[in-house]
Design a protein around this ligand. Structure first.
Ligand code: DX5
Ligand code: ZN
Length: 220
């Protein structure tokens, strides 16, 4: 399966959000990544279901909603109704992973589980056959424009092994500090999806940034 590119709108210009989303869509992005932050699980507050709805009106691409909120089970249905296709929750933020998996699957959407940089991948072992995606955080969540933490590469390799051992099929996505220079090694480690905010939207030409990220993955 070709690597997917998921631009994160956290670094987009919210005053021109529809235009920003359409630009990366036309440039060949595969998903739109939407970072929901509650000021509790992470220090920042961003946006909620209304933003997901607005993005949904701007594109037909799958919406990949990354919930950095405590007790995400309280809001799953709202995000589904708003148009989320993929919903990712943090393992550190809930004790109700099975309940969330059931809620998301019964609405025919896909469920992801994310891990902070200090959380070991082993914690996911019992869920691997139930989930559709693992989101490896390669920065501490809460902010864009941070530097990629290299230990994420080892986590990706471990997840690839665990996936084979379990006969599971989840996708591996990587989020934080992804750019043209490290994309190739992240994909070589086994990532299926590259999530990137600032290296796309904080450039002069976001469309070109998407194309260059794609080239960086495919070349060499
Ligand atoms: C960070 C968010 C990321 C963020 C990545 O908490 O989950 O999706 O947008 O931004 P960059 O690509 O700038 O590290
Ligand atoms: Zn994210």
């Amino acid at each position: 399966m070709p690597v997917k590119i998921a631009p994160s709108i956290l670094s987009a210009d919210f005053a021109r959000l529809g235009e920003e989303v359409r630009t990366v869509d036309e440039a060949g992005a595969d998903w739109i990544h939407i970072d929901v932050m509650d000021g509790q699980f992470v220090p920042t507050i961003t946006f909620g279901p209304l933003m997901v709805e607005a993005v949904n009106r701007s594109t037909d691409l799958p919406l990949d909603v990354h919930l950095m909120i405590v007790e995400p089970e309280r809001y799953i249905n709202q995000f589904i109704e708003a148009g989320a296709d993929w919903i990712t929750v943090h393992i550190e933020a809930t004790e109700k992973i099975y309940r969330i998996v059931e809620a998301v699957h019964s609405a025919n959407r896909q469920i992801g589980v994310s891990l902070n940089p200090d959380t070991p991948v082993e914690i996911l072992r019992q869920y691997l056959s139930e989930i559709d995606l693992v989101l490896v955080m390669s920065v501490y969540p809460g902010f864009g424009e941070q530097e990629f933490i290299p230990s994420a590469l080892e986590k990706i390799r471990t997840l690839v092994k665990m996936r084979a051992e379990a006969g599971a099929e989840f996708l591996i996505s990587v989020d934080g500090g992804v750019n043209e220079s490290n994309a190739h090694s992240i994909v070589q480690a086994g990532a299926d999806i590259l999530t990137a905010g600032s290296s796309i939207f904080k450039t002069e030409n976001p469309a070109l940034a998407v194309e260059n990220l794609r080239k960086a993955v495919e070349s060499r």
